[in-house]
Design a protein around this ligand. Structure first.
Ligand code: FMN
Length: 189
């Protein structure tokens, strides 16, 4: 399959980047064609501006940086989105990527009979690293809330069959725990 990995992290030494490297390694070894987008290194502008809206609703041209990302999504059968949890949510960089790239007319469209899910047939996995322990976020329904955001609000809304993986306690947990998370990727891809 054609596999697109999109990630948000400002530090190339981060655990998030280690997850990305492991996904790329594992998926390539499984025979997939893999492309990686590092939103920071390409200098992606996550702030939606008037030309984005003109492109979506007013017959204007889609901004070229958005178009380049949409072409990658069209190319891919499967995506991985990878990011650390910041304030219980995806970082602004990842959020802005979704705001601008998963545009009306490209990823979905409202019609008289409901939402036209334009990315149907594709699948995705979301990988979220966070500082709080998994057990705590299970008890508080934080995992459930994040799963709903991606299943109902973002990828699933556009017709993408979505799965979400959480890696908790990454900063304060043991090396064994982090190694276990990296080993888990080989079972996912
Ligand atoms: C601005 C900011 C906000 C954060 N908010 C949360 C949070 O809401 N919940 C949480 O569990 N961890 C939170 N963290 C911790 C990060 O999720 C954690 O440090 C990260 O997943 C570690 O992986 P990394 O090495 O890839 O950064 C936050 C970190 C930062 C910098």
């Amino acid at each position: 399959m054609k596999h697109l990995i999109v990630y948000s992290h400002l530090n190339p030494e981060s655990f998030t980047k280690a997850i990305v490297d492991e996904i790329e390694k594992s998926s390539t070894a499984a025979g997939n064609e893999v492309k990686v987008v590092d939103l920071y290194s390409i200098g992606f502008d996550p702030v939606m501006q008037f030309p984005d809206i003109q492109g979506m609703f007013m017959g204007g041209d889609t901004p070229s940086d958005v178009k380049a990302q949409q072409e990658l999504i069209t190319w891919a059968d499967h995506f991985s989105l990878v990011f650390p949890l910041w304030w219980g949510q995806m970082p602004a960089m990842m959020k802005g990527y979704i705001d601008r790239v998963y545009a009306s007319g490209f990823a979905f469209e409202y019609t008289e009979t409901g939402v036209d899910q334009k990315l149907k047939g594709k699948s995705a996995k979301v990988f979220v690293c966070h500082g709080s322990p998994d057990e705590y976020y299970q008890q508080t329904d934080m995992h459930k809330a994040l799963k709903r955001v991606f299943d109902d609000g973002v990828l699933g809304f556009c017709g993408v069959d979505t799965d979400i993986h959480f890696y908790g306690n990454v900063a304060m947990g043991s090396d064994e725990l982090r190694k276990g998370y990296l080993a888990d990727i080989a079972k996912v891809y």
